[in-house]
Write a protein that binds this ligand. Structure first.
Ligand code: SF4
Length: 221
């Protein structure tokens, strides 16, 4: 089965939209997508969604956010966790955007990665979700699923990004994160993946259904 066929099959099983996907589909501005991606670090989509909407109801551009008091930003982004660090970071990013980029979010990886606290995943998310520029943001879901499927054999997200770029055709890069994030939230979850109902279990080398069945049987004995 080709990469495209696997991704198409996965898509048939998914419901709803992940948060960044939702913002991209609503054609939200790149600044909101950048800030939301920063807020999404180590938290769930639902928490990111609340924090982003609360924040943007009050401060929706680099100027207003750079002029805001940290004490005013913190409660707005509290639901995203690590809120003190994140509040300071988004204020700092807003300042840099004003000073270096005329309040615009840059459209290339080198300038994005240069922003304070922006790593490879965030930079790639902005390219994909804000500008539709082919890139592969590797978060925990993409990292886990790519390894389970045997597409890569890697130990960390950066290695995964490099390996995926070598193997997955470029025309699929834009949809890879979008699909794997939801697939990782709904089916191929970290603990107890739902292999019994997974649409690609026939081709997955890591199909855990037998393992789970054995465990259940052992429990009954
Ligand atoms: S069979 Fe299991 S491990 Fe493989 S992709 Fe599906 S849910 Fe993930």
């Amino acid at each position: 089965m080709s990469y495209k066929e696997i991704l198409d099959k996965i898509e048939t099983q998914l419901e709803g939209e992940a948060h960044l996907d939702e913002l991209a589909n609503k054609k939200q501005d790149p600044f909101k997508i950048l800030i939301s991606t920063i807020l999404s670090a180590r938290t769930r989509d639902a928490n990111t969604r609340i924090a982003t909407e609360k924040l943007f109801a009050k401060y929706n551009n680099p100027k207003s956010l750079s002029e805001a008091d940290i004490e005013d930003i913190e409660p707005l982004v509290k639901s995203s966790g690590f809120y003190k660090v994140k509040a300071a970071r988004i204020k700092e990013v807003s300042n840099v955007l004003i000073k270096k980029y005329n309040s615009k979010v840059p459209e290339n990886y080198e300038n994005l990665i240069d922003l304070p606290g922006v790593g490879s995943k965030t930079a790639n998310c902005v390219l994909v979700y804000a500008f539709k520029i082919p890139a592969i943001p590797v978060d925990v879901h993409v990292n886990r699923i790519s390894n389970r499927l045997g597409w890569v054999k890697t130990k960390n997200p950066l290695q995964t990004e490099v390996a995926l770029k070598k193997t997955v055709p470029k025309e699929l890069w834009l949809k890879l994160n979008r699909l794997f994030v939801r697939f990782g939230q709904q089916i191929c979850v970290s603990i107890r993946p739902k292999c019994e109902i997974c649409v690609i279990k026939d081709i997955c080398p890591k199909d855990f259904s037998m393992e789970l069945a054995k465990k259940k049987k052992k429990k009954k004995e």
